[in-house]
Design a protein around this ligand. Structure first.
Ligand code: HEC
Ligand code: HEC
Ligand code: HEC
Ligand code: HEC
Ligand code: HEC
Length: 216
């Protein structure tokens, strides 16, 4: 009996199936790698219980980031200031402002301020602030111009693709130790030279790109 379909079509369903599986895997991989959370978390800007402004305190008043985020150079987490830090000034300045009522209350009760978290990596990601700050990566590279923000918003995706882009070529983000909290620093003309000498001086290796570096 004559064959209606040529012989190779016997295998066709298998190829279609394999093709489909590969296509689905590829699409979901690309969505994970490039899209999430790139277009979902950037711009996240929750309201805080107290209208604390970085523009006023870090911008206009020029307070250094480390005055309040004391852990940033020495530990994985930057940390938030205790109410006492605010009260060093606000027991005098604007002491009866309505906007500071919750701060006063927290000070009296000893119960810490309940700030809303803005930046958050998933638990399966290992991130360490001090490793970045001591290598000379500035806050602005990852958090943007905090000194211009009335309310903190997330400026960068914090996705795996974003981490890796810098890890593959960090040179433009390396600055002198004294500039890590300077929000308006820009790379000088001889940045490539500077980066090379900084890497030698501080023994900065090419930042890790293997999986176990960030997924421990
Ligand atoms: C006077 C104290 C103070 C200073 C100075 C200060 N901050 Fe903050 N920062 C806070 C407080 C309080 C919060 C929590 C409330 C909020 O998010 O606005 C915060 C929140 C943040 C957050 C968001 C944390 C999260 O939940 O993800 C970042 C990022 C940040 N600060 C960076 C900086 C940088 C960079 C500087 C220096 C340019 C700086 N801060 C200076 C007090 C301060
Ligand atoms: C170095 C001193 C200093 C520290 C520390 C400080 N502030 Fe302030 N804060 C000021 C000054 C100065 C102003 C502006 C007052 C004005 O507008 O006349 C201000 C304004 C404010 C206002 C607006 C008050 C209003 O009625 O307009 C809030 C809210 C505030 N600060 C919260 C905080 C919080 C929360 C902290 C701690 C995380 C803090 N501040 C730490 C000096 C300080
Ligand atoms: C290499 C990128 C990078 C640099 C540089 C960086 N941060 Fe962060 N920051 C992050 C990431 C990622 C998170 C979320 C971490 C998490 O959820 O574990 C974060 C979270 C925070 C938080 C909230 C959580 C915490 O650790 O307390 C604060 C506050 C903060 N950063 C302040 C700063 C300040 C101040 C500087 C500069 C002195 C700075 N960061 C430099 C990437 C960075
Ligand atoms: C703007 C550039 C930049 C970005 C963005 C960045 N890193 Fe890094 N990272 C570095 C540099 C530079 C080092 C230091 C390498 C050294 O000291 O040898 C480093 C080191 C590290 C280390 C090694 C720490 C150690 O203990 O040795 C880890 C882990 C790490 N980064 C995780 C991350 C993660 C996770 C993200 C994204 C959420 C991220 N980094 C984003 C530049 C960056
Ligand atoms: C420089 C740090 C870094 C390195 C190196 C790294 N990752 Fe990631 N990875 C991240 C971060 C940050 C996230 C979380 C992104 C997010 O918030 O969705 C992540 C997320 C993931 C996820 C979850 C994806 C999702 O969207 O649910 C997988 C799977 C993963 N990584 C696998 C790997 C593998 C495999 C390697 C080695 C080839 C690797 N990672 C190397 C930082 C890193």
């Amino acid at each position: 009996m004559a064959q209606i379909f040529p012989k190779w079509t016997n295998k066709a369903p298998k190829y279609v199936l394999i093709g489909l599986v590969v296509a689905i895997a590829l699409v979901s991989y690309l969505i994970d790698y490039y899209a999430s959370p790139m277009y979902t978390d950037v711009g996240y800007r929750p309201n805080q219980p107290v209208p604390y402004s970085h523009k006023v305190h870090a911008g206009d008043l020029g307070l250094d980031c480390r005055f309040c985020h004391a852990g940033v150079e020495i530990s994985p987490v930057a940390g938030l200031p205790p109410t006492q830090t605010c009260m060093n000034c606000h027991n005098m300045i604007k002491a009866d402002s309505e906007k500071l009522a919750l701060v006063q209350e927290s000070f009296k009760s000893g119960y810490p301020m309940q700030w809303v978290r803005v930046h958050k990596s998933p638990d399966y990601v290992y991130f360490d602030h001090s490793a970045h700050i001591t290598a000379g990566v500035g806050c602005a590279s990852c958090h943007g111009r905090i000194d211009e923000m009335e309310i903190v918003s997330q400026e960068e995706p914090l996705s795996m693709g974003w981490c890796l882009t810098c890890h593959r070529n960090p040179d433009d983000h390396l600055r002198p130790a004294g500039e890590v909290t300077n929000m308006s620093w820009t790379p000088p003309a001889n940045q490539a030279e500077f980066a090379a000498s900084q890497k030698r001086l501080l023994d900065i290796k090419a930042p890790i790109t293997d999986c176990t570096g960030c997924h421990r």
